[in-house]
Design a protein around this ligand. Structure first.
Ligand code: ATP
Ligand code: MG
Length: 620
């Protein structure tokens, strides 16, 4: 329960709505509580007339002191007007109808304020969670599944909304109904009240017991649902792998197994819930029965001034209590579920990003990049990805980083972007330590094209202009596409630059995706560009074209190109070869060829491979 304290700030924010809501609940209940009293009065009135007709003496009073002031005034008015019995009954009927409308109107307003408030809170909470997601660093995403993250922002938040909306509303409504009815019931006849309400504690205990079972079951269901979402989500995104490995059947049986477990639990929950309403009906029925049986006994024995009207009142009171009392059960269950969900949300909201911007000063990102004895170990796996890197990349240099898979190339780029902090050593750009540069400033000035390029389901234009937040002209977009050698292909699309990419539009080839990502990087006009193996899916000629463009467009900017291929390596100012996280070779093409090491070998192999291709082509 204490987890729900964190929504208090939202209640405070929407306090006007909340207070109005409470007011409407009280007003709605007040008007509804007058119904049994007027009904009681009219029944007594009819009985009195019948007694008079048959000549029996009557002890039934004209008006009861136990009624509300408003009802007393109403009775006084019609009594003094001397209407006929028929007119009296009609007036009372019309009044009951008006009371129902007024009570209903306030109920409408109560939903309008409290449920609307809960929707506002839901909106705010979603934004809070989403903003926090974006603050968290890459490490967090590596350790949480997408299904789990999705569940928190959708399922958990909607459960909390069930608390801030319906649960709160029913709870206040319950308090108001019970408060009003008990007050008038006791005032009317405390003995009868005690008898009539005696099944209620049993009801409360039964509900509590059933609810505990329901809660346990629903927690289990919640976690199964999370697993199910993750499985489904992975199957959708990995559909090509699944199909190409002909694993549809086994994926389906895996999904079916998860789904089966979910179904079993959900059915279990349904059967417990099925018990709920019949037991409720039984106990409420018992209250009704007691009101009629004991009430009638008092009427017959002329005890405690109980009349037919009193019985009518009590039966209506009991039925008015039916809904709120039955709501206790699911309100409690809603609150418990909401508390569990809020706990999950809090756990996540309290996760602090390890990389934070300590309001770092805005420094111009320019100058040499220097790695001084930088080592890095991945915190969760203990993998030593980089070891004692000492390197200077001068401003404006074009550098090629080569190395076997897993040698630490991507890690190198990610450290420079401050996705991770070095475990030891220091990285500086110009005069500033990367850790002292504001993250915004740093990442705005370094264009990074990651190895696993990602495009949004949006137009080509919006994908290229992504980092500029709509502050771009069409010429810029077109120019960036030219530099990334992808303009020609875009022009061939049905709507050119306005073509939708992804699920709702064209499916791009791997190389097209890479080049659109490159265009997105270049349009930012960055100080530093890093291409992480993003030329892997383009042919050698296009690669050379792009590299040549880099020299033209970014002549005074620094460029770091990570690759496995060395077609265009001789154009670079510096070539670095990584192996097991350490630099094993460094220098120009000529220098590395002289060294006859990894680079020279790779060059020979690739050159031979290339020539073979050319030869076999000529033979054909
Ligand atoms: P490739 O050419 O295949 O892209 P790479 O040179 O870019 O390889 P890195 O991605 O830098 O290699 O990985 C270096 C090492 O760090 C590898 O052993 C890898 O398993 C490990 N590693 C990479 N990312 C993580 C991570 N997020 N958490 C833990 N270990 C990681
Ligand atoms: Mg990599």
């Amino acid at each position: 329960m204490q987890h729900l304290k964190s929504v208090n700030k939202y209640f405070w924010k929407y306090k006007t709505r909340l207070i109005l809501g409470v007011l409407f609940i009280i007003l709605s209940n007040y008007f509804r509580i007058l119904t049994p009293q007027i009904s009681g009065y009219v029944v007594d009135k009819v009985e009195r007339s019948i007694n008079q007709v048959v000549g029996k003496s009557t002890q039934i009073a004209n008006k009861k002191s136990s009624y509300d002031e408003l009802v007393v005034a109403f009775i006084h008015t019609i009594e003094s007007a001397n209407f006929s019995l028929k007119e009296d009954v009609i007036i009372c009927g019309v009044t009951l109808f008006i009371l129902a409308i007024v009570g209903g109107f306030f109920m409408f307003l109560m939903r309008q304020t409290i449920i609307v408030m809960s929707r506002h809170i839901e909106f705010d909470q979603k934004n809070e969670v989403f903003t926090h997601y974006q603050k968290l660093d890459t490490q967090f995403y590596k350790t949480h599944s997408t299904g789990d993250l999705m569940n928190r922002i959708s399922e958990d938040i909607s459960r909390v909304r069930m608390f801030t909306g319906p649960a709160i509303m029913y709870l206040i409504n319950l308090a108001a109904t019970i408060g009003f009815s008990l007050f008038f019931m006791f005032r009317e006849n405390w003995r009868l009240t005690i008898y009539v309400l005696s099944p209620l504690p049993i009801l409360a205990i039964t509900i509590y017991y059933v609810n505990t079972i329901i809660n346990k079951k629903s927690e289990k269901i919640q976690s199964l649902l999370s697993d199910l979402t993750t499985t489904a989500q992975e199957s959708y995104s990995g559909i090509r792998v699944i199909k190409s490995f002909v694993q549809e059947a086994s994926m389906f049986s895996f999904f079916e197994k998860n789904s089966e477990a979910y179904k079993k639990n959900a059915i279990g929950l349904a059967s417990v819930e099925a018990l709920y309403f019949p037991s409720m009906a039984l106990l409420i029925g018992l209250s009704n029965l007691l009101a009629i049986a004991i009430g009638s006994y008092y009427v017959i024995t002329h005890q405690y001034q109980v009349t037919a009207g009193t019985i009518t009142e009590f039966v209506i009171y009991v039925n008015m209590l039916t809904f709120p009392v039955s709501a206790i059960g699911w309100t409690a269950s809603m609150i418990q579920r909401a508390a569990a969900s809020q706990k999950r949300l809090n756990e996540f909201l309290q996760t602090e990003p390890t990389i934070t911007d300590n309001n770092n000063v805005l420094t111009k990102i320019s100058g040499d990049i220097v790695f001084s004895d930088v080592s890095f170990t991945y915190p969760h796996t203990g993998i030593k990805a980089l070891q004692h890197i000492n390197l200077t990349i001068k401003k404006g240099e074009k550098v090629l980083i080569l190395g076997r898979t897993g040698s630490g190339k991507s890690t190198f780029a990610q450290l420079l972007l401050h996705f991770y902090k070095p475990s030891s050593g220091k990285i500086t750009i110009g005069a500033s330590d990367v850790q002292d540069i504001s993250i915004k400033q740093l990442r705005e000035n370094i264009s990074y094209v990651p190895q696993d390029v990602f495009l949004f389901s949006d137009t080509v234009t919006n994908n290229i202009g992504f980092g500029l937040q709509d502050k771009f002209s069409f010429d810029q977009i077109e120019q960036a596409a030219v530099f990334a050698s992808v303009k020609k292909e875009i022009s061939g699309f049905s709507h050119q630059f306005e073509t939708m990419i992804g699920e709702r539009g064209v499916t791009l080839s791997g190389g097209q995706k890479q080049r659109i990502s490159i265009a997105r990087a270049l349009i930012k006009n960055p100080e530093i560009v890093i291409f992480d193996d993003c030329l892997s899916a383009v042919d050698a000629k296009t690669e050379q074209e792009i590299v040549a463009n880099l020299y033209r467009v970014l002549s005074d900017k620094t460029a770091i190109i990570i690759t496995h291929r060395i077609f265009s390596s001789f154009q670079f100012d510096k070539i670095i070869v990584l192996e097991d996280g350490a630099i094993i070779e460094e220098g120009t093409h000529e220098k590395l060829m002289e060294m006859k090491g990894y680079y020279a070998d790779l060059y020979q192999i690739q050159l031979a491979g290339n020539n073979n291709e050319v030869e076999s082509f000529t033979v054909e």
